[in-house]
Design a protein around this ligand. Structure first.
Ligand code: GUN
Length: 282
């Protein structure tokens, strides 16, 4: 058996084309502010990709690059200005932030209606309660990839590896809302390989290069790899040992070209959603 490789780039291109069509018929272009503090090289690449994708979709994106020594007070003041700016529909503060800035304080300062990352406690609370809301982009992209893989979620056993507030926890909530039986595994989980073998859906979001091995994967399982890890030899790999898992899984996402492009497409979708909601209320 060789797994079907899920083409995240192709799915993201389809979604981005649909978003560009929706943007084209809006009266005013949606406004997205992307804030990057410091010079983390990976974050700089992600932000550049978000900026380019937003421009290509017709979104009015403004990327604000602040020095690493920016104070928390200055960042909160900037967010206050963006919250009050009627041309800005959507705000994203790239994570991680420098150590002297408290992530929670920054996220809580963002107007939940403009929180296109879906990280504000109000949005995460709505998500857990199954209410319509802005949903974190990576887990949202994973749900779309599961749908395109033809993987029914309801009634399946799903394992999420990693309990970060960005991916693991909202991912577990989305899968639960979609009627999967969800296990949320983490660094203290006992016998992770056995937990993995029982799952029909495996979402790897632990941030550890190639930790999920081929013999952890149950026959025909769908494997979604959220990891992006740079090896010492320069290669980019996921949290899944891709070539080993190919002969066990039914469907699998590659790295790169799997979840990453969908995360960006979902950011654009959330931006359009935030813009249309806000304008509907104005
Ligand atoms: N850093 C890694 N992933 C993300 C994300 O989805 N949003 C933000 N803001 N920062 C991130």
């Amino acid at each position: 058996m060789t797994a079907r490789v899920i083409d995240g780039r192709a799915e993201a291109a389809l979604l981005r084309a649909q978003i560009a069509e929706r943007v084209a018929v809006l009266q005013a272009r949606p406004g997205l502010a992307v804030v990057l503090v410091g010079d983390d090289p990976a974050s700089a690449v992600y932000v550049r990709n978000k900026d380019r994708a937003a421009k290509a979709a017709g979104i009015a994106v403004e990327t604000l690059r602040l020095p690493a020594n920016t104070s928390q007070a200055a960042l909160l003041e900037l967010i206050g200005r963006l919250n009050a700016d009627p041309a800005i529909d959507a705000i994203l503060v790239q994570l991680p932030l420098p150590a002297h800035i408290e992530r929670r304080a920054v996220i809580e300062a963002i107007n939940p209606a403009k929180d296109v990352d879906g990280f504000h406690p109000a949005n995460l609370g709505r998500l857990v309660d199954g209410m319509p809301t802005l949903v974190p982009c990576t887990p949202l992209g994973v749900m779309k990839l599961l749908a395109t893989a033809g993987m029914p979620v309801a009634g399946t056993r799903a394992l999420v590896i990693g309990r970060s507030p960005i991916v693991g926890k909202p991912m577990a909530a989305l899968l639960t809302n979609a009627d999967a039986t969800v296990t949320l595994a983490h660094s203290r989980t006992r016998d992770l390989p056995e937990e993995c073998r029982r799952a029909q859906i495996v979402i790897a979001a632990a941030g550890r290069a190639e930790m999920v091995r081929g013999d952890w994967i149950g026959r025909g399982a769908t494997v979604i790899d959220v990891g992006i890890n740079r090896l010492e030899d320069g290669r980019l790999v996921g949290d899944v040992a891709f070539s080993e898992c190919l002969s066990h899984a039914g469907a699998i996402t590659p790295v790169p070209g799997g979840v990453g492009p969908m995360t960006i497409a979902c950011l654009l979708e959330n931006t359009v959603l935030a813009a249309t909601h806000r304008r509907g209320r104005e």
